[in-house]
Design a protein around this ligand. Structure first.
Ligand code: FES
Length: 200
């Protein structure tokens, strides 16, 4: 009931403000709330490619048949790679269908883990570690330099669609602080890479 009231209220605010899709996205991200936009709504068809359908089978084969919902994280990861680095609601629904759970079970996971992006990112998504050891070793200054160089704010995409900069929590490489990760979505899931770099 409360959720429905909240959704109605948000819709009214959105209509009153006549939010553009980009503004709707920022609004949704700030409130951790999904609002339908032309490029992110449950009516957009989405399915795994033929090659990825084979990968889906392989991923699910790692789990007992009555626990295939445990494959939710690797399947979301694959869907994100296929979709250029982010997860529209229709991709999350496709994952829910594969593992035969209610879509909310997939949304809960995708909204909890910061490795899943729910709005578009650049072909090269740079993630700067924001946890204490990296911060002490200058990660904030590195992030500021990247944002200044690219002319964007955190989580914004450059106009050419190539770069975006986000923050990540400890990458488990504190001994090499400060750390940066580059997720490369420029070649789909086939050519996807995710590499760590030492920031100094
Ligand atoms: S704090 Fe940055 S890798 Fe651990």
């Amino acid at each position: 009931m409360l959720a429905r009231l909240g959704a109605t209220r948000l819709l009214e605010i959105r209509q009153a403000l006549r939010l553009t899709p980009q503004a709707s996205r920022s609004f949704s991200t700030a409130l951790n709330y999904h609002l339908n936009t032309p490029d992110n709504n449950p009516d957009l068809p989405w399915e795994f490619t033929a090659a990825n359908k084979e990968k889906v089978k392989e991923i699910i084969s790692h789990y007992p048949s009555n626990y295939k919902q445990s494959a939710v994280i690797p399947l979301l990861d694959l869907a994100q790679q296929q979709h250029g680095g982010w997860l529209p609601v229709s991709a999350m629904n496709a994952v829910a269908k594969v593992i035969e759970v209610a879509p909310i079970r997939v949304y809960e996971v995708a909204t909890f883990y910061s490795m899943f992006n729910r709005s578009p990112v650049g072909k090269y998504h740079l993630l700067v570690c924001g946890t204490t050891p990296c911060m002490i070793r200058g990660s904030r200054e590195i992030e500021d330099s990247l944002l200044k160089h690219l002319g964007v704010k955190r989580n914004e995409v450059t106009k050419d669609g190539l770069f975006s900069v986000g923050e990540m929590e400890c990458m488990g490489c504190c001994v090499n602080a400060p750390m940066i990760t580059v997720a490369d979505y420029s070649n789909g899931s086939e050519g996807y890479t995710y590499n760590y770099y030492v920031g100094q």
